[in-house]
Design a protein around this ligand. Sequence first.
Ligand SMILES: Nc1ncnc2c1ncn2[C@@H]1O[C@H](COP(=O)(O)OP(=O)(O)OP(=O)(O)O)[C@@H](O)[C@H]1O
Ligand SMILES: [Mg+2]
Length: 391
Amino acid sequence: MALSKDDVRTALASVSSPDGKPLPETGTLSDVVVTDGKVFFSITVDAAAVPQWEPVRARAEEAVRAIPGVASALVALTGERAPGAARPPPRPQTQTQTQTQTQTQTKGQAASARPQPGGREPQAPTGIPGVEAIIAVASGKGGVGKSTTAVNLALGLRDLGLKTGILDADIYGPSLPKLLAIRERPQTIGGTRLKPIERHGMPVMSIGFLIEEETPMIWRGPMVMSALTQMLREVEWGNLDVMVVDMPPGTGDAQLTMAQQVPLKGAVIVSTPQDLALVDARRGIAMFRRVNVPVLGIVENMSYFVCPHCGGRSDIFGHGGARAEAGRLGVPFLGEVPLDIEIREKSDSGLPVVATRPDGPHAQIYRDIAARVRDGLEGASRPAPKIVIEG
Ligand SMILES: Nc1ncnc2c1ncn2[C@@H]1O[C@H](COP(=O)(O)OP(=O)(O)OP(=O)(O)O)[C@@H](O)[C@H]1O
Ligand SMILES: [Mg+2]
């Protein structure tokens, strides 16, 4: 018999929320999507409660996987306003909010544009002094290759002659210390400001430099805001054309904080081609649109597989899904990165492929993506067409 949503909900009754209620009775579950034995749904909770809910998410995934006939299960935990609970997301400072609203009209973003109340000209952004553009590399889902993409994209931008920096904002799983083989700690300047670490000609800052690895997850949530502020405003970034920010997975409080507190010039969404990852990519795009940050485009990572032995290509995840999704959502498609052992090995050993094999095919792919991102940024910098409301 085919697997139904009710089977999933019945199995979830054995999973309890942090306050002991059966999960289906907590009002946190999204609709359950079941296709060909693949199950997807999300749990939406108050942003502050995310750390307590992470084990619940994991147990829910386990419980669903144990149902006969389930091929895979993906449960996303989203930290937003809990249904019925009135905790607003962090408020942006007025100036920052105004600033993000100036960046509404780029390719594919017309629908999210809002005229300024009273027709006033937007105020100048309160950016990071010396930093021209800040872009977020994000995805709704974990493990799709955001950090790998962020590092290689930053190196690609550097190769285009842009002065580039990179910031790791993933408070739950900082990756840059590993991806860039950084073991040292940043030094302080004058006792208060931090000097970023230099790698491959780029200043690098990671939340992993600031918090101990053993810091319990439950403490990390409340630290998101202050740690991000510190990394953005109390670090000597110097003059940068672009700062690439490696975001944590999901569409929770860290992303919202970032999108609201930082004058983001745009977001690059990373997705794998599978349907379930695309659901999350869509969620990520929706979040940036909600806070009026232009989506510079989607990168399809692990797009296809080239056999290192025979050179044959196979589309193991159904290549092309992200390109089609970009078309549907009206955002630029930035490029396809293959699933390749060299990318993985180099990435995981701290030797990103663009820096260590600049003449290889992968470096070229990342540089092409970087060029499209640069072009998108130029588009985002042009003054938005005036919106005239008749009547
Ligand atoms: N194109 C690729 N080919 C092969 N391996 C890849 C590719 N992109 C990423 N990986 C590997 O996949 C794993 C996850 O990548 P990465 O850490 O960049 O993902 P992430 O989205 O940042 O994850 P998280 O959500 O945990 O932050 C890593 O081991 C990385 O080396
Ligand atoms: Mg990462």
